[in-house]
Structures are given as C-alpha cells and as structure tokens.
Design a protein around this ligand. Sequence first.
Ligand code: B12
Length: 282
Amino acid sequence: MAEALDVHYMTVYRYVREGMLPATRVNRSWQIKRTDLKEFESARAGNSKQVGQSASKTSRKARHGARDTAPWVERVVSRLVEGDERGSLKVLEAALRSGHDIHGIYIDVLLPSLVAIGDLWHRQKIDIYVEHRASVIIIRLISQISPRFLRRGLDRGTIIVGAPVGEEHSVGISIIADLLRYEGWNVFNLGANLPASEFAKVVENTQDLVAVCVVATMADSLVETSKSISAIRKVAHRDIKCFVGGAAIKSNVHAQKLGADHWVANPRDFFVSLDLLSSKAG
Ligand code: B12
C-alpha cells in the first residue's frame, strides 16, 4: 500500500487513523479497498473535491487551514463506525489544528456525526451495536476534549439541562452542557430520564438559577416534557426562563404549547438567548 502511494508505511497508517483513507480492521491489520485507494490517489492529485479537500497534500484548502465541515464529519464517522476511538480523537485534533474552535468541533463536527450514525443505522447500513459503540465513543471523546477548554473565573449563574422520563437520548445534552460551561455558566446536567417531580426539586434547591432547558429528542417524550415544564413552573421564580430544545420540538409555537418560554432550535441560538437574558439582568 505504501509503495502504491509512494509514501512511508507510517504515513499510510496516519492517513487511516485520521480517517483520510477508509479502511477496515481485519484481525490486527487494516484492509483498504482498491476503489478507496484509487479515490484517495486521485484526491491527492487534486482531482477529487470530496476527499481531496481534507486528504490531499496538494489541496490548497487543507494547506490553508480550511474549516470545511463535511470532510471532518465524514472522517469522524468513518472512525466511529470502525469503533476506533483513538482515530476519532486524532481527527478531532486535526480539525482543531485546522482552525475549528471548540464550538465548531462540538456543533459542526460531533453533532452531525451523531446524526449521520443514526441515519446509517436507520438505513440498516450499520448494526445496532455499531451505533451504541459510536455513542459511547463520542461520550468518551467529549470527556477527553473538554478539560482542554475549561475556563475558570466566569460566574454567570446556573443553567439546568435534562431530558424527561422515557427520553434516553443524552449525548446531545452533554455536548451542549460542555459548551455552556465554556461560555461561563455553571451547569447542572441532569442527563436523561428525569421525572417531572425531580425537575421541580432541583429548581427549588438551586441558588442563582437563570434558566432550565428540557430536552426532547423523540416525539414520544412530548407529554413528559410538558409535565416537566408544569412542575418547574409551579416552583420557579418568574424570572427563571424555561427553554425547550431537541429534535422533537419544531417551532416556537410548539414550545409555547408545551408551556415553555422559548424554543432553542440549535445550540448557538441557546447561547444567544442566554446572552440576551444576562445582558437584560445586568
Ligand atoms: C445515539 C442515539 C441513541 C442512543 C442514545 C445514547 C445516549 N446516551 O444519548 C440509544 C442507543 C440509547 C438510542 C435509543 C433509542 N433511539 Co436513538 N438515536 C441516537 C442517535 C444516533 C443520536 C442522538 C443524538 O444524540 N443526536 C444529536 C442531537 C443533539 O441531534 P438532534 O437531536 O438533531 O439535535 C439538534 C437540535 O434539536 C438541537 N438540540 C438538541 N438537543 C438540544 C438541547 C439543547 C439544550 C439545545 C439548546 C439544543 C438542542 O441541537 C442539535 C443540532 O442542531 C439518533 C440519530 C439522530 N438523528 O439524532 C437516534 C434517534 C434519535 N433514535 C431514535 C430511536 C427510534 C431510538 C429508539 C426508540 C430505538 C429503539 N428501538 O430502541 C431508542 C429510544 C430510547 C429512549 N427511550 O429514548 C430515532 C428517533 C425517531 C423519532 N423522531 O422519534 C432517531 C432519530 C434515529 C432514527 N433515524 O430513527 N438512541
């Protein structure tokens, strides 16, 4: 393989580990399909837009630190599907070196990678265990990356995030919780499957609370989302804002029907809304 590409074998290994060259592990070695090799070679020659932008030594974009999202997502997904945690981390590190900040890594690379994994599973292109393994790897990647971005000294108040009873999807919440910490908020991440009465308790017991966000990924969770918001409303001071987020909520009108003050369509909107809240309070 190294001869075919005219590079050192360690370089080929790096191409594989960083997700530039698709490969499958067989026993203790990596196998590369002839078609993938051809595509990679033409990308290196600058002929392929898809792989070339991220892989090619001659690619102008790669040399100038392009922050293109799609190749990074493809590369992370290719490592996740193989269960290759170290390789996934290497891709993220390469993305950081190319100019992505922590928001870019989380919102533009990791979240779409999760969605892509879900799509592969939905189309029966990967087994359920592959999807589970990928979710766990993502959780482990977050725990390895987030300490590098800890910012001390900011104290903007506390935000509570969590998902209601029956809702097991929590990876997205962890990603957003991390970014909120980076933005200077103290975060109580309650994870998945929290009863409405517990949402109320934590709200009652939290000093300097600014907002609560109830997250619903599946339509089946909407009834419990609404119950959680009612329980929060009963105990929360009127200055505390109640947000809803997640793929199950489709509009502001929908959010208000559930009893929330605001809908957050995506994490960046959430940060902007919180900034506005704190500037009003300030
Ligand atoms: C990982 C995963 C799992 C893991 C979860 C592990 C964990 N600890 O989180 C496990 C294996 C447990 C799982 C189980 C199931 N899952 Co699942 N899962 C996924 C997958 C692949 C990723 C979920 C995820 O984290 N996405 C990342 C999030 C953040 O993306 P998003 O929801 O689109 O969010 C965007 C916005 O809504 C917003 N946002 C989201 N959350 C928040 C929160 C805040 C605070 C803010 C501000 C914004 C915000 O930001 C995002 C980017 O813009 C998705 C695929 C997908 N398309 O998402 C399926 C998916 C969500 N699962 C699905 C299904 C059907 C299931 C199961 C029913 C499967 C089964 N038969 O058992 C169970 C249900 C379990 C339960 N009771 O909840 C369906 C849901 C279909 C639906 N619309 O209801 C999906 C969409 C897969 C599919 N294509 O069909 N799943």
